[in-house]
Design a protein around this ligand. Structure first.
Ligand code: FRU
Length: 477
C-alpha cells in the first residue's frame, strides 16, 4: 500500500474490503458482539468518544495485512453500543507527517466538534539507530463537525519539540480538559531506557496548537523501558493513570505477557509533585493491551482494550482466513477503596436468550460458542471450569489459573493470578474469545481461544464436599 498514490488509498481500501469481507465473514471464529476488522489486522482502540448522540470507536487498522502492515484508523459508530456500524477507514497515512502509519491517539469532544489527536509515524531509512533516531513522531490534530468528514491535518508537536534526553519513541497522545486547561500526555522512552509520560499543557486555554511541557510522569525507579498508550482520567474523583509498560520481568503471578497494561492512582498533583506507587494490571489473561477510556452521555467511564498483545510471537490462526484480532467488549469502570472494577456495560445483558443451569460434573453442549455464564460461589469453594478439553479455568489455593491443555506455542500455556475469596465468576464467550470477570470485575482475564468444534461443550467441576456451594446461570447469546 505504501507504493500506492496517496489519493487512491481510500478507494483501494474500500475495494479491498468489498472483495474480501464476505470470505472473512464466513469464518466460524468470527465473533458475534466483539468489534473486529472487516478484513485484515486490528490493534489498539483509538479516538473513543460519544459525539452528537453517537458512539465512535476507531482502531488501529492494517486492512491488507499480512501483505502490508501500514496502519490507518478504522471506524465504527452507532447510537448504542450493541449496534455499531462499520464506517470505513477514517484516518489514512497519506501525508509526509504520517506516511509510515497513522498511529494511536484519542478524541476530545468540545464546542460541538470532535478533535482527534494521533501520532504520525515516519520511519527514517538509512543508518539510523532504531531507538535513538530511527523515526519521526509527529503529534497530529484533525477535527470533525459530523464524526465522518475530517479537516486538514496539522502537526502540533514534532521531534524538535520533545526533550533532548528522549529517544525517538514518543507517541499515543491523550488529550483532556481539567479546570479550564487542556492537557496532552504522550508515552515515551528516555535515552536511558526509562518509560515515562510527557505531560503538556496548552499555552492558551482552548487552543490546541501550542503546547508547553509541564511535567514528566514516571516512577522513582525504572519500571520498563517504554510506556505506550497513556490515559489519564478521573474515577470517583480520583486521578487514574493507565499505561502500557514494556520491559518488565515476568513474575509467577504478574507481568506474564510480553508487555503489560495497568493503572496507577497518582498521589499528589500530576502537574507538580506527585508519586506513582502501586501498579495494577488491567487484565491477567493472555490477550489484553492498549486500553483507552472515555465518558459517555450517561456519565459512565468506559474502557475498551485490544484483545491482543504486540510482539507476542503467536501466529493467530485466523490470519490465513483473512483477518486478525479484535477489541474487548466495552467495560464500565467503577472505583471502590482504591480498587478499580471492570464490568461489561449493562446493555450487553439484552443479548441474553435462553437461560439454563449447568449441572456439575457433566459436559453441557454450548451451541454456537456464545454465552454469558455467571457462577456464584457463596462458600468460596475451589472449582474448575472446562471449555471443551482445550482450556481449564481453575480457582484453587488462593489463585485463579487459565490453562490450555495443548501446546499453542509462544508461551500460551498458563496465566496465574492471585485471588483470595473468589465469590463470583462471569465468563463472556464469543466464539474465539473469552472474557472472565472475577468478583464483580476486581480481576479480569481475557483470552482468545480457537476451538476445533464451534459448538464447544462446557463443564463445571466443584471440588467441595458441601452440597449446593455453587449456583450458576448460563445464557445463550
Ligand atoms: C501499541 C502501539 C502504539 C502505537 C500503535 C501502532 O500497541 O504500539 O504505541 O501507536 O500500537 O499500531
Amino acid at each position: 500500500m505504501s507504493s500506492v498514490p496517496k489519493k487512491d488509498m481510500k478507494e483501494m481500501i474500500t475495494q479491498y474490503e468489498q472483495q474480501n469481507s464476505r470470505r472473512v465473514s464466513e469464518d466460524p471464529w468470527r465473533c458475534g458482539f466483539h468489534l473486529m476488522p472487516v478484513v485484515g489486522w486490528l490493534n489498539d482502540p483509538n479516538g473513543l468518544c460519544h459525539f452528537k448522540g453517537e458512539y465512535h470507536i476507531f482502531f488501529q487498522y492494517a486492512p491488507m495485512f499480512p501483505s502490508d502492515s501500514l496502519k490507518a484508523w478504522g471506524h465504527y459508530s452507532g447510537k448504542d453500543l450493541l449496534h455499531l456500524q462499520y464506517e470505513g477507514a477514517a484516518i489514512l497515512p497519506d501525508t509526509a507527517y504520517d506516511q509510515d502509519g497513522a498511529y494511536s491517539g484519542t478524541a476530545l469532544v468540545e464546542d460541538g466538534k470532535m478533535y482527534l489527536f494521533y501520532t504520525g509515524n515516519v520511519k527514517r531509512d538509512g543508518d539510523y539507530d532504531y531507538i535513538l533516531s530511527g523515526r519521526e513522531s509527529n503529534t497530529m490534530l484533525i477535527s470533525s463537525e459530523d464524526g465522518i468528514n475530517f479537516s486538514e491535518k496539522k502537526c502540533i508537536l514534532d521531534n524538535g519539540d520533545y526533550p533532548p534526553d528522549y529517544s525517538c519513541h514518543i507517541r499515543d497522545p491523550k488529550v483532556w480538559r481539567e479546570n479550564g486547561r487542556h492537557y496532552l500526555a504522550l508515552g515515551g522512552r528516555t535515552k536511558k531506557d526509562k518509560g515515562t509520560v510527557l505531560l503538556y499543557q496548552s499555552v492558551k486555554p482552548g487552543d490546541f496548537e501550542y503546547w508547553e511541557l509541564v511535567n514528566e510522569i514516571t516512577t522513582e525507579d525504572t519500571f520498563g523501558y517504554m510506556w505506550e498508550c497513556p490515559d489519564f482520567f478521573r474515577l470517583n474523583g480520583k486521578m487514574v493513570l493507565s499505561v502500557c509498560p514494556q520491559g518488565l520481568e515476568a513474575e509467577e503471578t504478574r507481568f506474564q505477557n510480553v508487555y503489560q497494561s495497568g493503572w496507577f492512582l497518582p498521589e499528589g498533583d500530576i502537574g507538580g509533585e506527585y508519586r506513582l506507587e502501586t501498579f495494577t494490571e488491567w487484565d491477567m489473561g493472555f490477550d489484553f493491551y492498549a486500553p483507552q477510556t472515555f465518558v459517555d452521555d450517561k456519565g459512565r467511564t468506559i474502557l475498551i482494550g485490544w484483545a491482543g498483545v504486540p510482539d507476542a510471537g503467536f501466529e493467530e490462526p485466523t490470519v490465513e482466513r483473512g483477518w486478525v484480532h479484535l477489541l474487548t467488549v466495552p467495560r464500565e469502570l467503577t472505583e471502590r477503596n482504591g480498587k478499580i472494577y471492570q464490568w461489561p456495560v449493562a446493555e450487553l445483558d439484552q443479548m441474553r436468550g435462553e437461560k439454563r443451569n449447568v449441572p456439575e460434573g457433566v459436559w453441557t453442549a454450548n451451541p454456537g460458542g456464545r454465552f454469558d455464564w455467571i457462577i456464584q460461589n457463596s462458600k468460596r469453594a475451589d472449582f474448575e471450569v472446562w471449555i471443551s478439553e482445550e482450556l481449564k479455568i481453575a480457582y484453587s489455593g488462593g489463585h485463579v489459573t487459565m490453562e490450555f491443555t495443548g501446546d499453542m506455542g509462544a508461551g500460551r500455556t498458563v496465566r496465574k493470578a492471585e485471588c483470595h475469596n473468589l465469590n463470583q465468576m462471569r465468563i463472556l464467550a464469543d466464539s474465539s474469545i473469552l472474557e472472565v470477570y472475577i468478583n464483580g470485575g476486581e480481576l479480569v482475564m481475557t483470552t482468545r481461544i480457537f476451538p476445533k468444534d464451534m459448538d464447544y461443550k462446557v463443564m463445571l467441576v466443584v471440588n467441595c464436599l458441601v452440597p449446593d456451594t455453587i449456583n450458576n446461570s448460563l445464557w445463550y447469546l
